[in-house]
Design a protein around this ligand. Structure first.
Ligand code: ADP
Ligand code: MG
Length: 341
């Protein structure tokens, strides 16, 4: 028994649309890389994953394709997703002992076929026991909310591909709402803004940096300014311009509003007893999108409820999934029921 425990290689995985994180029993977070895969277009052979694949963007020849297989919060390409998941698991596993027990966090809107694909991928990677958990549930546990009690908690997880909003009580998701307006969409808004207003073409990376550095959901006490370089769409020549955080806020306004509206919609659908709990406890934000400046303030203003951002929101989901892995008996009721076992 003791020996088995010592060599235990169980893992918890946050299979996010933007980032994949792996937690290993007893070791905490052992991997945190973008959910990106580079593969050969014809053979579908995987060339690189994670950071390595991301670094290849825009620098490869045309036989190599680089994709984010989970782009919209659901699995766009099974084969590639499976390859990526297996490669990540292998990367953190001791070669002589594959992960035995795996808990994977998946978007709450995932289909049965996709659930099966995730289970199969983990099994192909050597897992003997695979459990699935919904992303907002894992986020809530990672934040430290007591999901067992009969009190309603609202969590909003803003990832890359989806914003998932859920009300949790007694180990279950009581009401939820999932929209495709999330981090990626905000980045696209920035690209569109520069194209339509300034006639400048900027890349994904540049747009993401602008969003993270000067993007906001409410006016800032001190507005920021940033220099942006791109290609002038008229002359075709590289050009630099300066924009303010007020300009970027304007560009993000519509999508930010969609996120806030989705929160309000779910509040309206929440059973009254649980709504009363949320009135007292407020709303928790997790996921990378929770880092958008002033998003908490914006939701606070529009709902008149207390709003809190999780500590380290990019890791709350994997920390919650890890906690479930390490306390499987306590958390068995929060797992997604399998149709197969
Ligand atoms: P997923 O769970 O879908 O993999 P994450 O929770 O890892 O997503 O969040 C990734 C998203 O968070 C990306 O769209 C990224 O641009 C966004 N993000 C990260 N940091 C910030 C920031 N400081 N401000 C705004 N958005 C951010
Ligand atoms: Mg996530």
């Amino acid at each position: 028994m003791g020996v088995l425990k010592l060599f235990s290689n169980d893992v918890a995985i946050d299979l996010g649309t933007a980032n994949t994180l792996i937690w290993m029993k007893g070791k905490q977070i052992v991997l945190n890389e973008p959910s990106v895969v580079a593969f050969d277009r014809t053979t579908k052979h995987i060339i690189a994953i994670g950071k390595e694949a991301e670094a290849m963007v825009g620098k490869t020849h045309r036989d190599v394709k680089i994709i984010r297989p989970l782009r919209d919060g659901a699995i766009a390409d099974f084969e590639i997703t499976e390859g990526m998941l297996r490669a990540f698991i292998r990367k953190v596993s001791l070669s002589w002992q594959p992960a035995k027990r795996v808990v994977v966090c998946v978007p709450s809107g995932i289909t049965e076929v996709e659930k099966r694909a995730v289970r199969d991928s983990c099994e192909h990677a050597g897992a003997k026991e695979v459990h699935l958990i919904a992303e907002p549930m894992a986020g809530a546990i990672g934040i430290g909310l007591n999901v067992h009690e009969a009190t309603g908690n609202m969590i909003v997880d803003i990832g890359g591909g989806t914003t998932e909003i859920a009300v949790i009580a007694l180990d279950k998701i009581v009401a939820d709402e999932s929209i495709k307006t999330a981090g990626d969409e905000l980045t696209i808004d920035v690209i569109k803004y520069f194209r339509s207003v300034h006639n400048i073409l900027i890349g994904d990376r540049t747009a993401e940096i602008i969003k993270c550095q000067v993007g906001s959901a409410v006016p800032l006490e001190e507005e920021l300014e940033i220099e942006v370089k791109g290609r002038d769409l008229v002359s075709g020549i590289p050009k630099a311009i300066r924009v303010t955080s007020a300009d970027v806020r304007e560009a993000l306004a519509e999508s930010v509003n969609e996120i806030v509206e989705a929160v309000i919609t779910l509040l309206e659908k929440t059973p009254p007893e649980l709504a009363a709990d949320i009135y007292d406890r407020g709303i928790m934000l997790s996921g990378g999108g929770a880092l958008l400046k002033g998003l908490d303030e914006r939701i606070r203003r529009q709902t008149s409820l207390p709003v809190h951002v999780a500590d380290d929101p990019l890791t709350s989901v994997v920390r919650g999934t890890g906690k479930v892995l390490e306390n499987l008996v306590e958390y068995s009721a929060v797992l997604i029921k399998s149709s197969r076992y």
